[in-house]
Ligand binder design. Structure first.
Ligand SMILES: NC(=O)c1ccc[n+]([C@@H]2O[C@H](COP(=O)([O-])OP(=O)(O)OC[C@H]3O[C@@H](n4cnc5c(N)ncnc54)[C@H](O)[C@@H]3O)[C@@H](O)[C@H]2O)c1
Length: 325
């Protein structure tokens, strides 16, 4: 039997702390060599792009593949979202697909969770910190949830070019997290934050890196192509650079590819993978003045670990629909 979990099923069982715990273990497996993470494979049918993201985590016993499609004309032509994702979770002993689940909410929470884990290891540990969020869309909300799970957050500041998106962000997230959220009038206003997340669809830098306060921790999760970046050269130059994966950063992240190509920094500026910090192979923050930066591209190990925890919680609670395929 295969368990089918729709979006609401996934929402009802997936909590940020649970997801951060398994995502942390997944990054540790990557650093310890017990994760299998083939490169994302893509196919381009006429109307869009189809991506396949497989991963295996030996210690955790998680084997899964996410299928994500990006079809730009979907909303107009078919009244469907641009991006659609589903995850197939397999039994590691038989190989059988034991669960098919919606991947949209899973992706947002696992992306938040990676930033949450990076924040746990890299941000200053003071109480009553300020979180600053660039972008107020789907990912941005999960970034704030994750940061507020990892640290004591007194208030948040959000900036988006869409006033409507900011309004929705504030009403939804202040109710969910019970913290005050301020709508910034300019990108600069967000830079007073101690922990900053960039989660926008912008292809160009969101702020001037000269204005970032000493001691800030930044999670950069948007800009997913070599020619796109949310962070300028100065932000990268001033930061201790930690990426989810070296390979992913140098093939996908304009945030580091552009300054390397400009000659402003060397490839060796890439300091560590997050898993190396988690496992203690490399030190993280060494002073309260240091600016730390986590660049996330999104890895299939995050999906596999999260899919497994969703499946286990759903089975415990008797949620979902069992189907003989
Ligand atoms: N790293 C990962 O694992 C991962 C996973 C999923 C998505 N992403 C990326 O995250 C980004 C956001 O995705 P989403 O699903 O939240 O999109 P979304 O469309 O829901 O939200 C993006 C928001 O960014 C805002 N924005 C655009 N330019 C801006 C600017 N200059 N300043 C402030 N706000 C600006 C838009 O108005 C919009 O509200 C995308 O780049 C996406 O590719 C990364």
């Amino acid at each position: 039997m295969t368990l089918i979990l729709n979006r609401n099923d996934v929402i009802s069982v997936l909590q940020m702390q649970d997801c951060m715990d398994v995502v942390e273990k997944a990054f540790a497996e990557l650093a310890n060599g017990t994760a299998v993470l083939p490169l994302r494979t893509g196919i381009k049918p006429p109307d869009g792009v189809s991506l396949y993201m497989p991963a295996y985590l030996k210690e955790m016993g998680a084997l899964a593949c996410k299928v994500v499609t990006v079809y730009k004309d979907n909303p107009v032509k078919h009244n469907m979202p641009t991006t659609i994702g589903k995850v197939l979770l397999q039994d590691i002993n038989t190989g059988d697909v034991i669960c098919i689940m919606d991947g949209g909410y899973l992706t947002a929470v696992r992306t938040g969770a990676a930033s949450g884990v990076a924040t746990k290891y890299l941000a200053r540990e003071d109480k009553n910190q300020v979180a600053g969020i660039f972008g107020a869309g789907v990912q941005a909300k999960m970034q704030l949830w994750a940061v507020a799970t990892a640290r004591d957050i007194g208030k948040a500041i959000v900036y988006d070019i869409s006033a409507d998106a900011m309004e929705k962000f504030v009403s939804e997230m202040s109710a969910k997290l019970n913290i005050g959220i301020i709508k910034a009038k300019s990108p600069e206003e967000v830079l007073q934050a101690d922990i900053i997340c960039t989660a926008s669809s912008s292809a160009t830098p969101l702020f001037d890196g000269k204005l970032v306060k000493d001691g800030t921790h930044i999670n950069g999760i948007g800009s997913h192509a070599p020619a796109m970046r949310e962070l300028d050269t100065e932000t990268i130059r001033r930061s201790l650079f930690i990426g989810d994966s070296r390979e992913a950063c140098f093939s996908e992240a304009g945030d580091i590819i552009i300054p390397v190509n400009e000659g402003a920094i060397k490839e060796s500026h890439f300091y560590a993978e997050l898993g190396e910090i988690i496992t203690g192979k490399k030190k993280g923050r060494t002073s309260s003045a240091m600016i730390t930066l986590f660049k996330s591209n999104g890895l299939a190990i995050q999906d596999a670990a999260t899919a497994k925890v969703i499946y286990e919680r759903a089975v415990e609670k008797g949620i979902g629909q069992k189907v003989e395929i």
